[in-house]
Design a binder for this molecule. Structure first.
Ligand code: SAH
Ligand code: SF4
Ligand code: F3S
Length: 438
């Protein structure tokens, strides 16, 4: 039997970067309050936690097959907890389908992990729970990077999206807590921060203490004043809230990474309206043009959903048109997946046949591959500043440019944690190779 001080936690994380950060918090909280240490071996664990995602149907199916496996293979007496977005929206149904689950903890209730962990049958899925001022134990992060949540929940009502139902209304984390967290991480070696939220650039509209509004642009200015912090990234921003002030700060602030995620979803103004995204095709193109005019070497990434209900061939061609005009550096493609608690379910009669959806997805993927090759090849011969972060088994060192391209060079651990000038000698669609410039 394991003694109190030596309990092992195995945690599996599905979903987005917010779930990653929540998992880091779970690990830190269970370590501080309950003495758990992490193991990578599920069969050795006293507690198995799965931090789930609900955004599409597939990950939900994955959850039940996964915990079934855990239950068969787990150590005698080990507990199983289901956390995250699927916990939020399925709640008690999880226990009904999988009675061996010990507790269920919704995405907005992560601070309660230390209470539910020893309470067989506990279900904490309060969608109004406010963790925005809870001081989590120090989360373990990479030495050079830190991920910091700036808001919880989402106030949008994108009609396809389950996230507002799993993470609740948007509440911003007070700026002084964010700054303090980053300062602590910088003291222990971080040079880069990733600011996280479902909708980062609507930051500051509501705080739980009712204080005055604040803006994301102001937060960026504040964070960039932190001494020793070299790079600021953020995700996800919403194209609707990319006002001129924000774009100008993005362009002129040297600490802000020049890679921006602009989730388009669809290029058709009609479909964007049905999705309740709040912007048009023209607005999106106008914003990308302004960003490119001000920051010529900017990289722009996006999310696309094909086959939203009612998407005609013309609508889809509008999406292709935007992809051709913007030439995204990376596209995360999805086929529309109907989700519970979403308004788009009402459009059931207009759903697109699966084979048409798959063909559209393939068309987006193929076009994007062409653009990626063209864009990445154009880097050969150029010199970039790279922050090196990890050693590869083949003797290469991997790092990222300011605009978020992966670069490999031959070298040693001397390069780690340093910003180094690298001349690019070769390119694939997803990464670059280069030589350190002495
Ligand atoms: N808050 C983020 C999105 C989080 S979900 C944002 O607005 O950018 C990540 C992506 O999953 C979304 O951008 C969307 O492209 C995709 N997605 C969300 N719901 C979906 C659904 N029902 N079907 C297919 N893709 C979906
Ligand atoms: Fe979902 Fe829209 Fe909120 Fe993003 S902004 S999490 S897509 S509702
Ligand atoms: Fe998934 Fe929840 Fe993130 S649904 S994408 S884990 S916000």
């Amino acid at each position: 039997m394991s003694n109190e001080a030596n309990k092992k936690l195995f945690i599996q994380t599905l979903g987005c970067q917010m779930n990653d950060t929540d998992s880091q918090h779970i690990i830190a909280e269970l370590n501080k309050h309950k003495g758990y240490t992490q193991t990578q071996n599920m069969e050795d664990a006293d507690l198995i936690v799965i931090n789930t995602c609900s955004v599409r149907e597939k990950p939900v199916q994955k959850l039940f097959s996964e915990i079934g496996q855990f239950n068969v293979k787990k150590k005698e007496g080990a507990k199983i907890g289901v956390c995250g977005c699927t916990a939020s929206h399925l709640g008690n149904d999880i226990m009904k389908r999988a009675p061996y689950v010990d507790f269920v903890l919704g995405a907005r209730n992560i601070s309660k992990i230390k209470d539910v962990v020893d309470k067989k049958g506990a279900i904490e899925i309060d969608i109004d729970n406010d963790d925005s001022t809870y001081e989590f134990a120090r989360a373990e992060t990479s030495i050079y990077k830190t991920n910091v949540n700036i808001s919880i929940g989402c106030d949008k009502e994108c009609t396809y999206c389950i996230v507002p139902a799993t993470r609740g209304d948007e509440i911003s984390i007070p700026p002084e807590m964010i700054i303090e967290q980053i300062q602590k991480d910088v003291k222990t070696g971080a040079v880069e921060v990733m600011l996280l939220g479902q909708n980062v650039n609507s930051y500051g509209r509501r705080f739980s203490d009712g204080r005055a509004k604040y803006s994301f642009t102001q937060l960026l200015k504040d964070v960039s004043k932190i001494e020793g912090l070299e790079r600021i990234r953020f995700t996800s921003p919403h194209p609707l809230h990319m006002d001129d002030e924000f774009i100008e700060e993005f362009a002129s602030n040297d600490k802000i990474s020049k890679c921006i995620h602009m989730p388009l979803q669809s290029g058709s103004t009609k479909i964007l309206k049905a999705m309740k995204r709040g912007y048009s095709k023209e607005w999106f193109l106008n914003r990308t043009k302004k960003i490119r005019d001000l920051v010529p070497d900017v990289r722009i990434t996006t999310d696309i959903i094909v086959a939203f209900p009612g998407e005609t061939r013309e609508d889809f061609l509008d999406t292709i048109d935007v992809i051709n005009q913007v030439k995204f550096d990376q596209i995360f493609n999805f086929k529309y997946s109907p989700r519970p608690n979403t308004q788009a379910l009402e459009l059931k009669d207009d759903e697109i046949a699966d084979d048409i959806g798959s063909a559209r997805l393939t068309q987006v993927i193929d076009l994007h591959k062409e653009h990626q090759s063209e864009l990445m090849n154009a880097n050969i011969g150029k010199t970039f500043t790279v922050l090196f972060e990890s050693l590869k088994p083949n003797g290469e060192v991997a790092g990222l440019t300011d605009n978020f391209m992966q670069v490999f060079v031959k070298g040693s651990d001397e390069l780690l944690g340093r910003f180094v000038e690298v001349k690019i000698t070769a390119a694939s669609r997803t990464s670059l190779k280069g030589e350190v410039v002495e």
